[in-house]
Design a protein around this ligand. Structure first.
Ligand SMILES: Nc1ncnc2c1ncn2[C@@H]1O[C@H](COP(=O)(O)OP(=O)(O)OP(=O)(O)O)[C@@H](O)[C@H]1O
Length: 572
């Protein structure tokens, strides 16, 4: 143990006081205390601190382990004995001397404490100075009487007045019309105060606040900036506001993606395969080309792919390339700067910018002109573009899904579609089969449409009659699911019965289709035509092989020979 080793004899009030001060001295080690009274107050303290205790001060006299022995009993006999018997290396101090020493120690401790506080204040001041020096706005502080106490470096930069010139002046004569003087006068916060800094031509906009300590106003502080800087911020604000307005304008056009793969109805094997490929592709970032006849569900797939992808919480933006005039398509895609062309009264964001982070769905891509195809190619390759009339290059992160019902390869051959763009777009090519190739789904989709339109039209139609089902299944559906939707909705509008029957359907089916040529009167079909439909359906289901025909005959409850006769009769 290093430090001065001290022992105390006599642990009454005086000894206890000394003990407590000694404990706080870093270089002092209390090696023991002594009192003949077991209940002496100082002994309790020592016991709690784990300091060795004795009731016989002789224990201290034959040891060389004590540097200073403090005698606090005040008894001459004890004092005398200690002086006589102590080892020469031990210094003895009586209680009075110890008290005096304690006073000195306490004073020194107080001094040290004050020094520490001063250092802390200096440190905080240093930090504050650094902060205030780095602030771009001018700061000026005055006391309650208006005497300027502080200005930061930005104050000098903005006004040209140095700290030496300014500090010590009175604000009521230096800048009587300024926010600081006003704040001191009114004792209130002042906002957006526009003045010239006293004695200069520098126009500033200021905010000032009272400085309050312990509930009392002791001064005020003003923060101000050049009006021109302020104007710049206002300009910036205006620009941002215009962008926000723009976004609001466009919000209506942002069709958040509505459909998921669950919305796509159908159990057809080919369709399920296509859905599985689309799900896998959805999880990558690859560009997808959706092919298929009109109304097969390409847009539905595009929505579902976006919803299934990691971008589902980001925008889904649709652009119909065929619906926008060529002259506007570029600005629609990439946006334009204010004044880029007649009518461009404000800056507009393009669909690519709006889709940033999400997915853009380019419908009817086959109808895009060659000039834009070149621009689109650059976006796909580099994910960057310029707004029409702009010079700044804008970077985006957009997943592209394109769709068309046209034969893109044929367009490439004809030279109306860029080959390089075609290959860029069809990284993943998904062809959605037409409805006539997934006839097994027709009734399933029709029934789900009946449920949907019952809700929309307020009807209670239960379903399709058997004959109506046969008609729907044998129709070619050139307009695919969209046509099926239209036919079912129209049929439901005119149907007053529980079921949809042929009479509700036929008038809406294209005459080119197989069944539309049937001479159907109301909901009656001639027997032979009905036979023909049933035979066709049976062969479709079981196939044309001998085995298939046997099964077809069985399903129609006729003999195989009758089946052959009928097939011959109808030339099937
Ligand atoms: N499998 C399906 N299940 C349910 N509804 C479907 C299905 N396929 C398509 N639809 C519906 O059919 C209609 C046409 O689909 P969509 O608009 O997606 O077709 P498209 O291929 O994009 O057509 P176009 O090429 O004409 O733009 C939509 O109302 C869609 O919801």
């Amino acid at each position: 143990m290093s430090g001065v080793r001290v022992a105390i004899v006599g642990m009454g009030q005086g000894g206890s006081a000394i003990y407590q001060v000694l404990k706080t001295i870093e270089d002092c080690v209390i090696v023991g205390v002594c009192d003949i009274n077991e209940d002496a107050p100082g002994l309790k303290l020592a016991r709690a601190d784990g300091v060795p205790i004795t009731n016989n001060f002789y224990d201290f006299l034959d040891t060389i382990n004590i540097d200073v022995l403090i005698e606090a009993t005040g008894k001459p006999l004890v004092q005398e004995t200690i002086r006589k018997l102590k080892p020469p290396s031990m210094a003895v101090m009586d209680a009075q001397a110890a008290d005096l020493m304690m006073l000195v120690v306490k004073a020194k401790q107080k001094l040290l404490e004050e020094k520490k506080q001063l250092l802390e204040i200096k440190r905080i001041k240093g930090e504050m100075d650094a902060i205030l020096a780095s602030v771009q706005e001018a700061i000026e502080v005055a006391d309650i009487n208006g005497y300027i106490k502080y200005v930061n470096p930005a104050f000098t930069k903005i006004t040209g007045i140095t700290a030496e010139e300014r500090i010590g002046q009175n604000i009521f004569s230096a800048s009587p019309d300024g926010a600081l003087a006003e704040c001191l006068r009114t004792r209130k916060n002042i906002y957006g105060w526009r003045t010239k800094v006293g004695g200069t031509n520098v126009e500033v906009v200021s905010n000032a606040s009272p400085i309050i300590i312990d509930g009392q106003m002791v001064g005020a502080v003003v923060v101000f900036n050049h009006l021109t800087d302020f104007m710049k911020v206002m300009e910036e604000l205006k620009r941002s506001t215009s962008i926000i307005e723009n976004l609001y304008d466009r919000l209506g056009q942002i069709t958040g993606s509505k459909y998921t793969f669950d919305t796509i109805i159908g159990n057809n094997e080919e369709l399920r395969k296509v859905i599985n490929i689309a799900k896998k592709a959805a999880l990558s970032n690859s560009t997808i080309l959706l092919l298929g006849e009109s109304g097969t569900g390409k847009e539905l797939f595009a929505h579902a792919i976006h919803q299934y992808s990691l971008r589902r919480d980001k925008p889904f933006i649709k652009v119909n390339c065929a619906a926008i005039p060529d002259s506007l398509l570029e600005s629609e895609f990439f946006g334009h700067e204010k004044g880029a062309f007649t009518g461009a009264v404000k800056t507009k964001l393009g669909k690519f910018e709006l889709a940033n982070g999400g997915t853009i769905f380019l419908d009817e891509i086959g109808d895009m002109n060659l000039y834009l195809q070149a621009k689109l190619l650059r976006v796909i390759q580099e994910m960057e573009f310029e707004r029409v009339g702009g010079t700044q290059t804008i970077q985006v992160d957009v997943r592209i899904i394109a769709a068309t019902n046209r034969d893109l390869k044929e367009l490439v051959r004809k030279g109306t579609f860029r080959e390089d763009l075609y290959y860029r777009l069809n990284v993943v090519e998904i062809t959605i089969p037409p409805l006539r190739q997934r006839k097994d789904d027709i009734i399933l989709i029709a029934n789900s449409l009946i449920v949907k339109f019952n809700r929309k039209l307020g009807k209670k139609i239960k379903g399709l009659s058997k004959q109506a089902e046969i008609i729907l299944e044998s129709y070619d559906w050139p307009g695919n699911v969209r046509e099926l939707e239209n036919v079912i909705e129209r049929a439901m509008v005119i149907a007053d019965e529980d079921l949809i029957t042929p009479k509700h359907l036929v008038q809406y089916l294209e005459p080119v289709s197989t069944t539309a040529t049937l001479p159907i009167v109301e909901d009656l079909i001639p027997f032979d035509e009905m036979e023909k439909i049933l035979l066709k359906k049976a062969l479709e289901r079981f196939g044309n092989s001998v085995e298939g025909k046997k099964m077809a005959a069985k399903a129609l409850n006729i003999s195989l020979a009758t089946l052959y006769n009928k097939l011959k009769k109808y030339q099937l």
